[in-house]
Design a protein around this ligand. Structure first.
Ligand code: BES
Ligand code: ZN
Length: 657
């Protein structure tokens, strides 16, 4: 029997509404032609012509962004000029956002922008140099979506200039005290816009269907450096005024800013790392293969289109592993393990430069186009840089995550094109778009052969470059290209099943690894008492084998077994955060007290949701709510607003328990 696998999902939302989307409820997949899709303009969002036809029976309109107030059918913002002052004492960003937009009709309706917690001081509108103050109003606040800002426009206006400031508890900004940084001397600030948090620091059309270029001036205390998802200049003098340009059009969720005591170190010709000085060398060493990753991916999927690729190492409260902000991925320091064992995260964020940043999901329903494609590309990068064995292990661990989520999730969340109506994107994310999406692409690769599939993906990236596309745009394209080329090997019905139905189609690939297959009997022999822990030859195990060994343990172990594992392998003391996490999950499930001081220290010092969320859940599910509350209260002042949001639901009991 397969041992119980740990759920290591992201911010998984266990919203309990049951019932999935049956076949008849899903959009018909093959409407329109790739040629039509191809002729669409660079800012096609899917909210236009074709997708209106592809309605589901239940009324989901592909391409409609249910998580934004913006009236993108009337106006499309094209460019943003940002001028912001960073005030650490008040924890606010204040200044001006000037938006240039295109009018899509002559109805002159009010311009509706997304905001959350912004204080709007004044709005001007006009065109060119002619700007005049105009009337604006704030609409009703929605708990998940924030507050629409409605601006009355003079007839010919093509731009608005909004003076505003953010709230100190902006959902997309974390303000850190000096003691929360590595250097302990200077404060730090970073933004995290995906999915719908850009609106908490800039008023804009906060939907991935709209792409903008931007320029920014950021004013900071003199001793700090500002960096953005734009053209960073490591040689810019530290003088408190930083200017940026992002000439390629990006969706709002890729807008990003960080300010701190940051230094830069080059890793390759096009790659480098920004970090606090004390972390810089370790980070540059750990991620030294970034340049090779970039090169191998370019070889298969076409040129890297963003100029430089740098990493920014954040403080440990960063709520994600990584975030693919263009030209500058934001990275948790918890992956600096000392042995490159966790660098698939870098491959992942880098791969988004193709899948996500170049070809972007039009709405959050289409997230799997970003994350599933990226997970597939990540595995390929890992194979090209580190070889077959590593590739197989990474894939097998991904499959284990998928199995855990499939066991745990309501049917409707197992569908790749997930219904986002009335839902907060923060609550919906799971491993499904990542691992089911990737497995689907892996199956396509298996069916048509790697060469043909690589060619397909290369064409896909070129075809949709700098566009935001829907699931249906992808399906149409696939049907018009690969399916036509390989009618005997690909079945549109099965493709439909992968995307619009829960679970996995029968006979879906099941990636395995020889290294892991060897571990199953060893673990079993130990569990059966036939061998002692010290007799297991772990001398050649990599991180991946450790993780597989631990995650495959049964739900319950005896006190004696736990002690034997810990005494033999020093698990409580493990410096690898992924191993520590797997072990701490076991410790919580089994009330293994010797690990609890480490558990507390881990949960207070790290804010990455992939780790803390399952731990809080496990504490609550194992009758330790008091402990969960105590640790949460202690950790809360240092957590990111998102970590506070998703975990307070768990520890205070309004999470369906
Ligand atoms: N883009 C995501 C992070 C994200 C997804 C933020 C959805 C908000 C909403 C990023 O690329 C990501 O997937 N990060 C993972 C990396 C992992 C799968 C290698 C993470 O943070 O754990
Ligand atoms: Zn990702």
């Amino acid at each position: 029997m397969l041992p119980r696998l740990l759920c290591t999902s992201l911010i998984v939302g266990a919203l309990a509404l049951a019932g999935g989307c049956s076949k008849s409820e899903a959009p018909s997949s093959a409407q329109g032609t790739a040629a039509k899709t191809a002729s669409a303009t660079a800012d096609k969002s899917g909210a236009d012509k074709k997708s209106a036809k592809a309605k589901t029976d239940k009324g989901v309109k592909p391409g409609k962004d249910y998580n934004s107030f913006a009236n993108t059918e009337d106006y499309r913002v094209k460019h943003l000029d940002l001028d912001l002052n960073v005030d650490f004492s008040r924890k606010v960003l204040s200044g001006e956002a000037k938006l240039q937009f295109k009018r899509l009709n002559d109805k002159n309706r009010p311009l509706v922008l997304d905001t959350r917690g912004l204080k709007i001081e004044s709005v001007q509108a006009g065109h060119g140099e002619t700007m005049e103050p105009v009337k604006f109003s704030m609409g009703e606040t929605d708990h998940d979506m924030g507050t629409p800002l409605k601006i009355k426009l003079p007839k010919n206006a093509t731009q608005v200039a909004i003076r505003y400031e953010t709230s100190p508890d902006a959902s997309g900004v974390q303000w850190l005290e000096p003691q929360q940084t590595a250097g302990k001397k200077h404060p730090f600030l970073f933004t995290q816009a995906q999915a719908i948090h850009a609106r908490s620091f800039v008023p804009l059309q906060d939907t991935p269907s709209v792409r903008i270029t931007y320029n920014a001036t950021i004013r900071t205390p003199k001793e700090l450096r500002a960096v953005m998802s734009a053209n960073n200049d490591p040689d810019a003098p530290k003088n408190g005024v930083y200017k940026f340009e992002m000439p390629q059009p990006i969706p709002s969720y890729l807008l990003a800013l960080a300010v701190g005591d940051l230094d830069f170190k080059a890793m390759g010709e096009r790659t480098g790392v920004y970090a606090e000085p004390s972390l810089l060398d370790a980070a540059a060493k750990e991620f030294a293969d970034t340049e090779s990753m970039l090169e191998v991916n370019e070889k298969v999927y076409g040129p890297y289109r963003w100029d430089r690729y740098d990493l920014l190492i954040l403080p440990p409260s960063f709520p994600f592993g990584g975030m693919e902000n263009p030209r500058l991925s934001f990275i948790t320091p918890t992956v600096i393990a000392g042995d490159k064992s966790l660098v698939s995260l870098i491959a992942h964020e880098l791969a988004h430069s193709w899948s996500g940043n170049l070809v972007t999901n039009a709405t959050w329903r289409d997230l799997w186009l970003n994350e599933g494609f990226t997970t597939y590309l990540t595995n390929r990068i890992m194979q090209n840089v580190y070889g077959d064995e590593r590739y197989k292990m990474e894939m097998a661990l991904g499959y284990a995550d998928l199995e855990a989520d499939l066991a745990d999730r309501p049917d409707k969340d197992e569908i790749l094109a997930v219904d986002m109506r009335g839902r907060d994107p923060d609550e919906v994310f799971s491993n499904i778009p990542y691992e089911k999406g990737s497995l689907f692409l892996y199956e396509l690769e298996q069916k048509v052969g790697r060469e043909a599939f690589d060619q397909f993906l290369l064409d896909y990236f070129n075809h949709f470059a700098f566009q935001s596309i829907t699931t249906e745009d992808f399906v149409n394209y696939l049907n018009e290209t690969l399916v036509k080329q390989y009618p005997d090997k690909l079945d549109p019905k099965r493709i439909h099943q992968w995307i619009y139905e829960p679970g996995l189609p029968e006979g879906a690939p099941h990636p395995t690894s020889d290294a892991f297959t060897k571990i199953d009997p060893i673990r079993q022999q130990w569990l059966d008492g036939k061998i002692a822990a010290k007799d297991i030859d772990t001398s050649k195990w990599t991180f991946h084998e450790w993780k597989y060994f631990l995650d495959g343990m049964p739900e319950k172990l005896s006190e004696k077994q736990l002690k034997e594992l810990d005494d033999t392998f020093g698990l409580t003391k493990s410096k690898n955060n992924e191993i520590a996490f797997s072990w701490l999950m076991i410790a919580v499930r089994n009330d293994y007290q010797p690990a609890f001081p480490r558990l507390e220290e881990f949960m207070v010092s790290i804010g990455r949701n992939k780790f803390v969320r399952p731990l809080y859940r496990a504490l609550v599910e194992n009758g330790k709510r008091d402990m969960a509350v105590r640790i949460f209260e202690k950790a809360k002042p240092g957590y990111h607003p998102l970590t506070v949001k998703v975990n307070s639901q768990i520890v205070y009991g309004d999470d369906g328990e």
